[in-house]
Design a protein around this ligand. Structure first.
Ligand code: ARG
Length: 458
């Protein structure tokens, strides 16, 4: 018989049991469910809502059940519906009447809200640590490439010279914000809903704050309707994770391009590449492509959650059972992507000569030559036009600007002198951009050191 079977005259249809049951995906919250029940039972005992001996017996038995689950000794039942009722049913089967007292002053509605919050709190920490590991590796990569000149792009057209360190540190900033967003999301997840009951709280004098302390929550929910029906924290996490994936995907896209023969900027380690079943020469950046691909499924999870919640009246509705697979999949996917991505990035070979060659082509120093003319007293807009003509001339002559002879320079502007050759070197273009946030060595070093401080502050 069902734990709620009292008011029913018939059993549920077998198809409804399967349809209604969430055990196949919520069983992963068994630990949170049991720890929540242990805290709840302890509080019920201390507040004299149930006898102290019963509370102790419940707690002891729940610990045994937890150990048995971890040893793989327990098989959950579909018709016990979900993890909450499976655990309660096992408890009652082991200790009878005392076990029947556990659910006093509690509903599965506040129980499930508690379990998901506890589960996601742990996962946020795991993901935050994975991001921190990636950030550490990026700092290392940046530090070893402070002078690795490469073209920076806009519109995927070579634009101005930068360094690989600068490029890598751009991603460092993105993942730093991701970590901050996760910390922020953690705060709103770290709120304890037990005591909300089914929707309207309970008449028992529960000590909600004691349960919160026991379970390591920073605070308790302030409205019982909201306590059982809020899934913002899951949506917020799915959205943080979507942004993480968006960043990973942009990075992946660049690494895919960079490892193509056409770019040749990096070479993936054999351990992080795959071959083709037909073309013997192929070495494919599958890891980066899969990360890019899996981004779509994390966005999918976010959209699922938003859509499930969008029209739900207060308070709990069964629709909300659909939250779990979506958020779990987001979490699982990110946890799968991050470590392998980190290893891939830290093991790839940097082809710095190819990067340098690419920066030499494409007139990436054109802005600097215009700036050179400005320093010689020519207004920027006029300088822009002069250099535009110079670029056109170079394209026609198939030359780079720094290969022009002095007479050729002079034919565009008398203001150009011998010093032009050193002033427009790629090295000078980079080192001159030494404002905070720029690609010059000292600017990037400053950003690396502030990045390191951030990581140690976590
Ligand atoms: N398995 C349910 C869920 O995941 C637990 C809460 C069920 N509550 C209820 N009154 N049916 O949402």
């Amino acid at each position: 018989m069902k734990l709620w079977g009292g008011r029913f005259e018939k059993n549920t249809d077998k198809a409804v049991d399967d349809f209604n049951s969430s055990i196949r995906f919520d069983s992963r919250m068994y630990r949170q469910d049991i720890l929540g029940s242990i805290a709840h039972a302890g509080m019920l005992g201390k507040c004299n809502i149930i006898p102290g001996d019963d509370a102790l017996l419940i707690q002891k038995t729940l610990k045994e059940i937890l150990a048995d689950i971890e040893k793989g000794l327990i098989e959950f039942e579909t018709d016990a519906e979900d993890i909450h009722m499976n655990v309660e049913k096992i408890l009652i089967s082991r200790i009878g009447v005392a076990g029947k007292k556990l659910h006093t002053g509690r509903s599965r509605n506040d129980q499930v809200a508690l379990d998901i919050r506890m589960y996601l709190k742990d996962e946020i920490i795991v993901i935050k640590d994975m991001l921190t590991e990636l950030e550490n590796k990026l700092l290392y990569l940046a530090e070893s490439n402070l002078d690795t000149i490469m073209p920076g792009y806009t519109h995927l057209q070579r634009a101005q010279p930068i360094t690989l360190a600068h490029h890598i540190m751009a991603y460092f900033q993105m993942f730093k914000r991701d970590i901050q967003r996760l910390c922020d999301c953690y705060e709103r997840t770290d709120v304890m809903p037990l005591g909300s009951g089914a929707l309207a709280g309970t008449t028992y004098t529960l000590d909600r704050n004691a349960v919160a302390r026991e379970l390591g929550f920073a605070s308790i929910t302030e409205n019982s309707l909201d306590g059982v029906s809020d899934r913002d924290f899951a949506i917020e996490l799915a959205s943080c994770l979507s942004i993480v994936m968006m960043h990973l995907s942009r990075f992946s896209e660049e690494l895919i391009l960079w490892s193509s023969h056409e770019f040749g900027f990096v070479e993936m380690d054999d351990a992080y590449s795959t071959g083709s079943s037909i073309m013997p020469q192929k070495k494919n950046p599958d890891v980066a492509e899969l990360v890019r691909g899996k981004t779509g499924r994390v966005y999918g999870g976010l959209v699922t959650l938003l859509a499930v919640m969008k029209s739900l009246p207060l308070a709990y509705n069964k629709d909300m059972q659909e939250d779990k697979e979506a958020i779990f999949d987001c979490v699982d996917t990110v946890k799968m992507c991050l470590p392998v991505f980190t290893k891939m990035v830290s093991s790839m070979k940097i082809r710095s000569q190819n990067m340098y060659k690419a920066a030499q082509g494409g007139f990436t120093n054109a802005t600097d030559i215009a700036d050179y003319l400005v320093k010689k007293g020519i207004p920027f807009r006029s300088a822009h036009e002069i250099i535009g003509k110079m670029v056109l001339y170079c394209i026609q002559k198939e030359k780079s600007i720094d290969r022009l002879a002095m007479e050729e320079f002079k034919s565009f502007s008398q203001a150009i002198q011998e010093d032009v050759y050193t002033e427009i070197s790629l090295e000078k273009c980079v080192s001159g951009r030494n404002l905070p946030g720029g690609p010059a060595r000292e600017s990037v070093l400053a950003s690396i050191s502030s990045g390191r401080k951030f990581l140690t502050s976590l």
